[in-house]
Write a protein that binds this ligand. Structure first.
Ligand SMILES: [Zn+2]
Length: 360
């Protein structure tokens, strides 16, 4: 089960290649995975290069592990080739985009026909029928700013947000994919800086809590962004969806883009209030990690719900819908682990950024 060939037989590839791009990702396939952008040009370039290399060295692409890692002889050859390509790219921006595109191309090829496109779980464990969709209050839009290494990961929890709320209420933006970042930043430009909030514990400044930022009554000197939310479009919340070690670079990129767009790099950041007070409505659930991406969204909704101005939007119900989906994911991952004879004493791990230090 550790390795599975994801490529067609060689005869099929010859037909593919003569077809000029039969192996590339179509818009339907790309958006099927939850993306909203057009197919990134660089991802398809990488895929074409991989296919060409496969023919040239007469060795099949083999993926293993969770699907995105090349293995065997092909991996050795491809390592050399992609390092050379990387070196040849002059500017660091291009290098970074190539890095992201290659990660995503490999994950796509390694997951084709193996993972369910909607829930990113192996077909036999598909949880789609157990997820109940729910409408997110239109005053809020979430953006999952996702590291390429988290794309198509079974234990990623950011994906649950668009499974529940739909891709237009919770939108995926892949870090380093210009087609995705463009869509997100064009939306932010239209919305205006005061409408964009990043959920991140910035060590250099004391981030505002949801209460500080949006409670008009308790914060007379702060911009009252909430009250304008209803009038001029939604508040945008960016959730950094990557591991702790990757999140600093992702946040840096968000600040760089903020500077490009608005001339100053201080993107509004908020953190969740520590402790159980804000989370008191959530049922006790020690088995899942309260700092994972989906839990961060639950936290935002739960804390906004406590504001008198927001109490009538049903945010608690919306938080609950994500919670239910998170429970389902945990159940499925645990059952899968058991079925494969792996220990469950080791907790099912959820990829996360630590959004806040809960005191509970
Ligand atoms: Zn599914």
């Amino acid at each position: 089960m550790n390795s599975a060939a994801r490529t067609s037989p060689r005869e099929a590839q010859v037909i593919d290649d003569s077809d000029c791009g039969g192996s590339s990702i179509t818009l339907k396939e790309w958006q099927g995975w939850g993306c909203v952008s057009p197919v990134p040009a660089m991802v398809n370039e990488v895929i074409q290069d991989l296919k060409l290399l496969e023919n040239k060295i007469d060795s099949e692409m083999v993926f293993g592990g969770n699907g995105g890692k090349l293995q065997g002889d092909f991996k050795i050859q491809e390592d050399k080739k992609h390092r050379a390509t990387y070196q040849a790219l002059g500017d660091s921006g291009k290098k970074f985009q190539f890095f992201s595109a290659r990660q995503i191309a490999c994950r796509l090829l390694g997951s084709r026909g193996y993972l369910c496109q909607k829930c990113w779980l192996p077909m036999e464990d598909c949880m789609c029928s157990k997820v109940k969709p729910c409408s997110l209050w239109p005053g809020i839009r979430f953006w999952l700013y996702m590291h390429p290494k988290d794309f198509l990961r079974q234990n990623n929890t950011g994906k649950l947000l668009w499974q529940v709320f739909g891709v237009h209420a919770a939108t995926l933006c892949l870090y380093g994919i210009s087609e995705d970042e463009e869509i997100m930043w064009n939306t932010f430009k239209d919305a205006g800086k005061s409408k964009v909030w990043c959920l991140y514990p910035n060590q250099n400044i004391v981030p505002k809590t949801v209460q500080d930022a949006f409670n008009c009554q308790s914060s007379a000197n702060l911009e009252c962004t909430h009250s304008s939310a209803n009038r001029d479009g939604p508040l945008h919340f960016v959730l950094i969806d990557g591991t702790w070690s990757n999140s600093a670079a992702m946040f840096r990129r968000l600040k760089e883009q903020t500077k490009l767009v608005w001339g100053e790099e201080d993107l509004h950041s908020i953190s969740l209030a520590a402790g159980a007070s804000a989370m008191h409505k959530l049922r006790p659930q020690p088995s899942w990690d309260r700092t994972c991406t989906a839990a961060a969204a639950i936290g935002v909704l739960a804390e906004l719900q406590l504001l008198p101005e927001c109490s009538s939007y049903g945010l608690d119900k919306q938080a609950e819908a994500v919670e239910d989906a998170l429970d389902v994911l945990l159940e499925v991952l645990t059952a899968r682990r058991l079925r494969m004879g792996r220990s469950i004493t080791r907790k099912v791990r959820i990829r996360h950024v630590e959004y806040c230090k809960f005191s509970v």
